[in-house]
Design a protein around this ligand. Structure first.
Ligand code: 13P
Ligand code: SF4
Length: 314
């Protein structure tokens, strides 16, 4: 199957752009074939800069939409059209528009994990790797902010920057399950361990962290820091890359069990898990699952995403 996929990628001048949460075989294939595996910010930048005719996104819907918005002339395919994100689903455009209309004095800053229509309504789009610097910049320029959709990331940015932020109340179903009580207990067993936390996690979990950051920042911490043991509070798909960059280090999953837990080991995004080699082969053969976005929405959204790409390049 892998040989067939490689041939088709070449034949169709297509490139595979994968997120760190998809399966290891897809991540490796993206890298071996001249594509990329990265966080959502670099996925967006790579798609825009590559000269392929077709971008195939192994991730979730908003990542495919962002790629299409930034490269309207390219064909963008996703592996499963049902692969979405709870943050995107929690922020429907009709309600979000009313929220924005009620606060016209605020700059609208939205997380990349949103629909094209929500991005089109925003002044700025940010990712976990760029939210702090963008909000700090706006705050220093005297702007008040309306933030959506992730309440945990919003509160983290608010605490760090002291900006005046009004928060939409969305959450990531995966990160919200990490439990601070069980994480503290695990740290007692491994006092030497470094705790890495993605900022979509609840405040009590973030407060226990030695490093808070995007998926790329957490992988770099495993590679660059001196500790031998790491407790990782993010989707466990990230362990594939962490093991590759630091094979001798010990990696432990942050617990999702604890007070109020509803499942035993749930640090894996069910939508990211919908991506597979079989589906990749199928979209290459059929050209199905093409992302289509209405022109007006796309042009407006492009403006707010491009601002981020230009800002983070400085
Ligand atoms: P990153 O931008 O840190 O890769 O995060 C994307 C995401 O969906 C995390 O759940
Ligand atoms: Fe969305 Fe959370 Fe899945 Fe990331 S891990 S795609 S934020 S549901």
């Amino acid at each position: 199957m892998i040989t067939q996929i490689k041939q088709l990628l070449k034949q169709k001048n297509a490139v595979l752009v994968a997120h760190y949460y998809v399966s290891g075989d897809l991540q490796d294939l993206a890298q071996e074939t001249g594509g990329i595996v990265s966080d959502s910010l670099e996925m967006a930048r790579f798609g825009q800069n590559c000269d392929a005719d077709t971008i195939i996104v192994a991730g979730v819907k908003f990542m495919g939409e962002t790629a299409k918005i930034l490269s309207p002339e390219k064909r963008v395919l996703v592996l499963d059209e049902q692969a979405t994100c709870s943050l995107d689903e929690d922020c429907p455009i009709e309600e979000f528009s009313k929220f924005c209309d009620a606060h016209p004095d605020r700059k609208v800053v939205v997380y990349a994990n949103t629909s094209a229509a929500v991005k089109a309504r925003a002044d700025w789009v940010v990712t976990s790797g760029s939210a702090l610097t963008v909000v700090k910049h706006l705050h220093e320029n005297g702007e008040k902010i309306l933030w959506a959709p992730d309440k945990h990331l919003g509160r983290y940015v608010q605490n760090k920057t002291d900006a005046d932020m009004l928060l939409w109340q969305g959450a990531c179903v995966v990160h919200e399950r990490f439990k601070a009580d069980a994480l503290s207990a695990l740290k007692v067993k491994h006092p030497e361990a470094c705790i890495l936390v993605h900022p979509e996690s609840p405040q009590a979990v973030v407060e226990l962290a030695d490093v808070v950051g995007s998926t790329t920042a957490l992988i770099n911490a495993v590679k660059d820091r001196d500790e031998q043991t790491f407790i990782v509070a993010t989707d466990n798909g990230i362990f594939h890359k962490m093991h590759q960059v630091a094979p001798s280090k010990t990696l432990l999953e942050a617990p999702t069990m604890g007070e109020g837990a509803d499942c035993e080991s749930c640090a894996h995004c069910e939508w990211m898990a919908m991506n597979s080699l079989e589906k990749l082969l199928s979209v290459l053969q059929t050209g199905e699952n093409e992302i289509k976005i209405d022109k007006n929405t796309s042009q407006q959204a492009q403006h707010s995403i491009q601002k981020l790409l230009d800002f983070t390049e400085k």
